[in-house]
Write a protein that binds this ligand. Structure first.
Ligand code: TTP
Ligand code: MG
Length: 527
């Protein structure tokens, strides 16, 4: 196809958009190599060195790099994979528990480097380390790992981001070394000034490598993607809309008339995707919060009796409760999901939810433990009652899936968000207990808030306000004005300006539900 003349619009858009770009941040994106396959190899070292595929149903969801070298690809059918590589060893990857556990351990390690960690799926994380960068290092840092377009890397940006990114690459290397030494897992990292670029650049050298993108090369990286579809966040629906507008290259998206884009996609999306096409992404690393529900489902050929249902639910409950226990929050709701098989052979899923009181037997300050026999009976009886609401047991019936999920977790002090910045500010519910002792890698330094760029700090504070618990059992000193749920001792140490903002936030506290989701960039916020 003949190249279209991009004309004057291109330079207009390009200059207008690029001039709005800031390189203040240092963002690392970490993606674990062949994640499920590595977890299997760590648990069973005899698999190391052999081509290994992880199967779910009849698909190889991932495979190790030995298998990739022999032609096996992610999401290949087992049949094709075995044709390509008859020596392929297959491991069943349908039970996600071990992958979730590893994912949590990875998250914990990354969080020890910075509180600003955002999980994207099970094996990817964004980490904002801007506050850790030494602003006036005595010795100029050297890059660790690859540099995108190394030949042009002598070009330094006037804002000083080149040195910041170099230092970021050293921290990324430390993170990856720690993941390897503590968990035995290898990963790839991308280091850039925003999330989009960090994710894209990290994928340029795989496996077990890292790449830094200096800001001067960001347009070239974007152009190298060629098709808008290769921009994370542009899915097939958006791609179709762009194609209708005749936009099938990144350059055409950059040059597109913004008014036409707005007409077709709405102002917000149009602006966002055009900015993304220039490698501009101002979305921040959003600290991953804890899940609103915890559950699991099990599918099977068919079950036709209540005794079998009860047995299945008991097994499922054991598994789910283990996750709830690990999470530590006490649920107040339980939901049962059932897939019924109708005579016509089509199946329908239905779910019912009810309140459940699991306070008896768990002293309120004690960590959540295993369910007692009585509690287990209570949950199973509740679930069986729900089952009878979904299935008419007087007639013949068949079910092919059962699921249990707990929700209705308390917010606030009783269960400080384990993975949130709030944990550094909330008090313990136990009287006389102070903040947890410093971790192996030292405690969170509250001054990081001050170090953040103004707009990001504002957003983090907004988040903290939204997550503030609404009631407190803590004792607060009478002569000291401190937001509810915040440890006065910690509060006192905060810069006055931040104290004021927290106090103001208390007064204007808005419920979380009023926050509007950002659809396009939701991709970067997936947990
Ligand atoms: P990926 O990061 O896409 O793949 P990967 O980690 O296996 O390999 P790579 O070295 O290229 O990063 O996905 C992470 C895990 O998610 C993967 O190990 C298996 C699982 N997965 C699915 O369950 N379904 C899918 O469609 C894909 C792509 C992955
Ligand atoms: Mg991966």
């Amino acid at each position: 196809m003949e190249e279209e003349d991009l004309g004057d619009d291109f330079s207009y858009n390009s200059v207008a958009i690029q001039s709005s770009e800031k390189h203040e941040r240092v963002i690392i994106h970490i993606d674990i190599d062949c994640f499920y396959a590595q977890v299997e190899m760590i648990q069973n070292p005899s698999l190391c060195g052999k081509p290994l595929g992880i199967k779910q149903k009849n698909i190889v969801v991932t495979c190790n790099y030995e298998a990739r070298a022999l032609g096996v690809e992610k999401l290949m059918s087992i049949k094709t994979a075995l044709e390509k590589c008859p020596s392929l060893v297959l491991a069943n990857g349908e039970d996600l528990k071990k992958y979730r556990d590893m994912s949590e351990k990875i998250y914990q390690i990354l969080q020890s480097f910075s509180p600003f960690v955002e999980k994207l799926g099970l094996d990817e994380n964004f980490i904002d380390i801007s506050h850790k960068i030494n602003k006036s290092p005595e010795i100029k840092p050297e890059v660790s790992g690859h540099i995108f377009e190394e030949k042009n890397s002598g070009e330094t940006c006037a804002c000083g981001c080149t040195d910041r990114l170099k230092e970021g690459s050293i921290i990324a290397q430390e993170m990856r070394n720690q993941l390897k030494s503590e968990l035995g897992i290898t990963s790839c990292a991308g280091i850039a000034c925003n999330k989009l670029l960090a994710k894209l650049i990290g994928a340029t050298h795989k496996p077990n490598q890292q790449t830094t993108l200096f800001s001067a090369s960001s347009l070239n990286l974007m152009k190298s993607l060629k098709h808008p579809r290769n921009i994370p966040g542009i899915g097939s629906a958006m791609n179709r809309k762009l194609e209708v507008l005749g936009i099938d290259t990144i350059e055409k998206l950059q040059a597109a008339d913004l008014f036409k884009l707005v007409e077709a996609l709405g102002a917000k999306t149009a602006n966002q995707i055009q900015q993304l096409s220039f490698g501009i992404d101002n979305s921040r690393v959003k600290i991953t919060d804890r899940p609103k529900s915890i559950g699991a489902e099990d599918g099977f050929p068919t079950i036709k009796s209540e005794t079998e249902v009860r047995k299945k639910l008991k097994c499922l409950l054991d598994r789910v409760w283990e996750l709830v226990e690990k999470d530590g929050r006490r649920p107040s709701q339980v939901k049962l999901t059932v897939r019924k098989l109708h005579a016509t052979n089509h199946s329908v899923r239905e779910a019912r939810q009810t309140a459940i009181d699991l306070t008896t037997g768990f002293p309120s300050n004690a960590p959540l433990g295993p369910l007692s026999e009585n509690q287990e009976k209570k949950v199973i009886t509740t679930l069986m009652n729900l089952f009878e609401k979904v299935v008419n047991c007087d007639e013949s019936w068949q079910v092919t899936l059962l699921g249990i999920s707990f929700s209705g977790f308390p917010s606030g002090i009783e269960s400080p968000a384990k993975n949130s910045i709030n944990k550094y500010f909330t008090c313990s519910s136990r009287p006389n207990e102070t903040l947890p002792p410093p971790t192996k890698r030292g405690r969170f330094d509250e001054s990081v808030l001050q170090e953040l760029p103004d707009d990001i700090r504002q957003e983090v504070l907004e988040d903290m306000k939204c997550q503030m618990p609404s009631s407190s059992t803590s004792q607060q000193s009478a002569d000291f004005d401190c937001p509810k749920g915040v440890d006065p001792q910690v509060f006192r140490e905060l810069p006055v300006e931040i104290q004021k903002e927290l106090l103001a936030g208390e007064k204007n506290k808005k419920p979380i539900a009023t926050k509007k989701p950002n659809n396009l960039l939701q991709y970067f916020r997936k947990v």
